[in-house]
Design a binder for this molecule. Structure first.
Ligand SMILES: *Cc1c(COP(=O)(O)O)cnc(C)c1O
Length: 387
C-alpha cells in the first residue's frame, strides 16, 4: 500500500480530501477563509435553503433519524412514497423508485436488467457507477466511441439479434456535454434495445424548466429508463429511476442494491421532496443557472480561454496533471474553489479544471473568477518555462 501511495504521489495522482467549515453554498469557509465555490454539484444552491431545512427538521421531529430497514422490510415511510410520486410526476412517467445513491441505482439497475448472453452498449465516457453496473451484470459490455451514434450503430450491427440496453450519461459528468438523445433513441427503437439515460447532471440544469434531456430535445416520454440523482441540483442524497410501472416493480424485485440496503433516512427524503418543489416554484433558479453558464463561457472566451458548455459544468483544459494541480492551488490561494480533475477520472494527460456553476453566482463574481483563472494559467505556464 505504501509503495502504491508513493507512486501515486510521484505521478501527481494522490488524492486528498478538502474539509469545508460551512454549508454547501456559493460561498463556503475553507481553512478559515471565505471562498467562492465553483466546484459544487449543488447547482441550484438548495442545500442550505431555510425552507428545505425547516421541512427536513419537521420530518425529523415526526419520523426520527433512521429508516430502520430496507425499503422492502421496515424502511418505507409515507414520505418515501410521496417523494417517488413527486419524481414520477416531475419526469412525466408512470412510476419512480428511489435508491440510496445514484451509484447504487446504476450498479443495481444494469445487473437486474441484463445477464449472461445480453449486451450493454455503453458510452466510452460513462460514469463509474454505470461501468461497475456493466461489470456486475455479466452481460457482454460493448463500449462505443463517446457520443458517436455512427460507431454505436456499427457495433450494434456486429451483434445481430442480441438483446440489451444502450446506456449513456445524459450530461457527461466531466466534460459537461449532452448526449445525442435523438440518435440514441432512434437506434434503440430500430434495433429493439432499451434506452437508459443517467440524468445526474441534467435534472435541474437543462431543458426550459430543468426537466432534463427529454425536455432539452423536446422528446418527452421517448426514453425507456430515466435514471438520476437527488444529490446534485436537488441538494440532498439518493438516486432514482423513472419509467413504466412494470419497470419499477421489476427492479424492486430484482435490484440487489435496492433490496439489500437500509432505506434513506426520512430527513434526506424530506429535503429532496422540498427542494424538488422549490425548483418548480422558483423557475428563476434553472433560468439563472443557464444564463450564468453562457455568461461565464463568454467571459473566459473574451480572455482567450477555450470554454464551451450548455450545462452547469464548464471544463477548462490544462493537459498535464502537475500543471493542473498548480493552477488549481493558485486559484485556491486567491479564494476560488476550483479543483483539478485528473486520471483516473479523466484520461492521462487530459487533466483539467472543472468549474461548476450555481444559480446564485452573480455575473460580477463569475467575471472576476474568469480573470483569476486566466491569471493562474498564465502564472503557471510562465513558471514552467523557467525549468
Ligand atoms: C454523481 C453521479 C452518479 C452517482 O450519484 P450519487 O448520488 O452521487 O451516488 C451517477 N451518475 C453520474 C453521471 C453522476 O455524475
Amino acid at each position: 500500500m505504501e509503495e502504491e501511495l508513493g507512486m501515486l504521489e510521484e505521478k501527481h495522482l494522490y488524492r486528498r480530501i478538502k474539509v469545508l467549515e460551512s454549508a454547501q453554498k456559493s460561498h463556503v469557509r475553507y481553512q478559515g477563509r471565505e471562498m467562492l465555490m465553483l466546484a459544487s454539484n449543488s447547482y441550484l444552491d438548495l442545500c442550505d435553503d431555510v425552507r428545505v431545512k425547516e421541512y427536513a427538521a419537521k420530518i425529523l421531529m415526526e419520523y426520527g433519524t433512521g429508516s430502520g430497514g430496507a425499503r422492502l422490510t421496515t424502511g418505507t415511510m409515507r414520505i418515501h412514497m410521496e417523494l417517488e410520486a413527486e419524481i414520477s410526476r416531475f419526469k412525466g412517467r408512470e412510476a419512480a423508485m428511489v435508491f440510496n445513491t445514484g451509484f447504487a441505482a446504476n450498479s443495481g439497475i444494469l445487473p437486474a436488467l441484463c445477464g449472461e448472453g445480453d449486451i450493454i452498449y455503453s458510452d466510452a465516457r460513462n460514469h463509474a457507477s454505470i461501468i461497475d453496473g456493466c461489470r456486475m451484470s455479466k452481460a457482454d459490455t460493448v463500449i462505443y466511441k463517446h457520443n458517436d451514434m455512427a460507431d454505436l450503430e456499427e457495433k450494434i450491427l456486429e451483434h445481430p439479434g442480441r438483446w440489451g440496453v444502450i446506456v449513456s450519461d445524459g450530461v457527461f459528468s466531466m466534460d459537461g456535454d449532452i448526449v445525442d438523445l435523438p440518435g440514441l433513441v432512434r437506434l434503440a427503437d430500430t434495433y429493439g434495445l432499451l434506452s437508459m439515460i443517467d440524468e445526474a447532471h441534467a435534472t435541474g440544469v437543462i431543458g426550459a424548466t430543468g426537466r432534463g434531456c427529454e425536455e432539452y430535445f423536446h422528446m418527452e416520454g421517448k426514453t425507456d429508463i430515466l435514471m438520476g440523482t437527488l444529490s446534485k441540483a436537488i441538494g440532498s442524497e439518493g438516486g432514482y429511476v423513472c419509467g413504466s410501472r412494470t419497470l419499477t416493480e421489476y427492479l424492486k424485485n430484482k435490484a440487489r442494491s435496492y433490496i439489500f440496503s437500509t432505506a434513506l433516512s426520512p430527513v434526506t427524503i424530506a429535503a429532496a421532496k422540498k427542494a424538488l418543489e422549490l425548483m418548480e416554484e422558483e423557475s428563476w433558479r434553472v433560468q439563472k443557472l443557464q444564463e450564468n453558464v453562457s455568461w461565464f463561457c463568454r467571459c473566459l472566451q473574451g480572455l482567450g480561454i477555450d470554454a464551451h458548455s450548455e450545462t452547469a459544468i464548464v471544463p477548462i483544459r490544462i493537459g498535464n496533471e502537475e500543471r493542473a494541480l498548480q493552477v488549481s492551488e493558485k486559484l485556491m490561494e486567491q479564494g476560488y474553489f476550483i479543483p483539478a480533475i485528473r486520471y483516473p477520472t479523466v484520461r492521462k494527460g487530459e487533466a483539467m479544471l472543472r468549474a461548476a456553476l450555481m444559480a446564485t453566482h452573480t455575473e460580477e463574481e463569475l467575471a472576476e473568477a474568469a480573470q483569476a483563472i486566466r491569471e493562474a494559467i498564465v502564472h503557471c505556464s510562465e513558471w514552467a518555462k523557467k525549468f
